[in-house]
Design a protein around this ligand. Sequence first.
Ligand code: MN
Length: 720
Amino acid sequence: MPDKTPKRYFELLEKILEYHPEADTELIKKAYIVATEAHVNQKRANQEPYIVHPLNVAMILATMGLDEIAIASGLLHDVVEDTFYTEEDLRKKFGDEIAKIVAGVTKIGKMPHYTNYDKDQAKAESTKKMIVAMAEDIRVILVKLADRLHNMRTLSHLREEKQKRIALETLDIYAPIAHRLGIGQIKEELEDLSFAAAYRAESQELHNFIEENRELNEKSLMRMKGEILALMKQSNIKGVVSYRIKRPISIFRKMIRQKIDVKRVYDLLALRVIVEDVESCYLLHSEINRKWHFMQFRLRDFIKRPKENGYSSLHTTIIYDSRYYEIQIRTQDMDNVAEMGIAAHWRYKEGIAAPEDEKKIEWFRSIIKNYKNHSSAQDFVQNLKSDLKSSEIYVYTPMGKVITLPVGSTPIDFAYAIHSKVGECCKGAFINEHHASIKTVLKSGDMVEIETDKRSAPKQEWLNHVASNRARRRINYYLSKQENIRYIERGKRIWKKHYREIIRKYKDKVENKSLEERVGFLKYNDLDSFYKDLGNYSKSLDKEALQTLFPELKIMEVKRVLKVQEKGKKNNLYRLIEVEGLSDVDISLAKCCHPIKGEKIYAYVTLNRGIAIHNADCHSIKKMDMSRLKNARWKEDIGNYTYMVQYEVTLPDKPGNLNRITNILSELNINIRDIRVEKKSKSTSTVYFTIEVSDSSQLQNIDKELNKFEGIKNSKHRRV
Ligand code: MN
């Protein structure tokens, strides 16, 4: 076999000089010579001279644009492991940095063997070593990743069993670390190669599936690309559009995660647009979403909120010609970070301590910071354990089936992952055969069994206890369906009352038209959306609306046809309060805060009980759905509506307390419903009284007067 290594070496030099014209080529040459000599009699499994491997590793590092130190370390990375060279020898020849990096890579190389029996332990152990090494110098990991990548590229020369073991290890440890560091390019290649080796049959099947549909898919993608380019031209946005078909491993993961057939993986087709600046990203994003139908839950703004690994982009999934397209929009800078992650900040010019864009590598910075704050590596690892835990957990059904969930998932997520029907009626859980609440956070390795009950149903509050998108989506869907049903029911009741009134008033003048036809005049396509709008108070049946519905009538006035409150006593409340944009609504004063005229208030559209008026300071509105809050204010002409307030005033025990309070109240012209005094201790007594007030200023006056009492212990009031 002719020795091709010098050629590869010159290619390497060329590549480096491309991005780093002043690179220290002497250092690289020296590293190459030392490595060649050290490995001189060694061969790779494919019978090539061993030096081909370090050369390729160095080439991968050069593709990432790394500095000479990293590249030289790549050339030397197997020298200490496989030859007579020691770390000390390297230190003498190449200095401390390179010696340390190579030593770090060697240490990681001595990771526990990856077998099925102690997989989890091996994984934890390996990950720990990687972090410690990474904290020493991030280039250790970059070299190790390049090493693993080249090994994966040449995997086919090994025995099948060994291929599978290495591939699984790569999927479990190396690809996630590359992902964590944001190096998309390396992560994807590692995953693709590992998937093909570890899951041969599945990979082959998906490969065939993709090939069978390739022509059609590429046609669609090309057409979509043309559409986007045209849209960009129209909006004066410059940029480049590329496309691809979802990778087999991503399809596979989705099939497993959602338990669906490959034909139901809808987001097979993806396009990427690289534009000039952030403004163009947003502009194009909104143009695209305006032009095509988009899927709400697939809209993602990773520019405002970048992923932990620094990734930023805008995502949307649109439907065009009954096909789905995932579109990513980003700038060149964002693309560099997506492809190269931390490595993008590690190019030769940037130096070790001052990565250029600090915000984008927050995670990495926190590692370094932690490292500085903790003297021992042990502390450091301890501290970082949770941070490095993979973003997913693996839990099991009693039958041993593995379910993958995001970290923070609970049995609710688990139940929804099994089936949405299971999710909808999950009531309790057994975790590792112990009874547990469905809100318990699950850990990897937990065996989970769900208890269901047909009578139980998803609750709003569950949303605080789920981590998976699937569960969140299904719960929201269920709740909004229930909400709509209630709105529609209420809308029907509101309509009936108005309709009865119309018939009563106009009798035989009403023409025989279906309600469907009539709501069409109000631009409703169907009855349910009309009822729904009435029920959620976004539409009210005022004079104009009724006139439109009944063009044959001359609507003279709108009588308050609606009984405003079921309880007769308070049925004049709509006269007290004006709710923004609404008339004729069921209004009640919330029982949690009992607002009193004069106080700042809000109206909350409840699901069952019309509109509830809350005090602006009320604790419960802070927890409510803000989209259902409406502005409200007290009307001036309030008639004689009164509010009951109970007082409890504790005073030094003196005869005449009761009289004094009675006097204050009558001077303020306040109606007393009930008053009594109780002796509470040797020196104090408490006066209880219930009064009627007509607005909040009266309460303030009472409080002012009470505060003039000498030695007043406390005075509190309660609205009833
Ligand atoms: Mn190696």
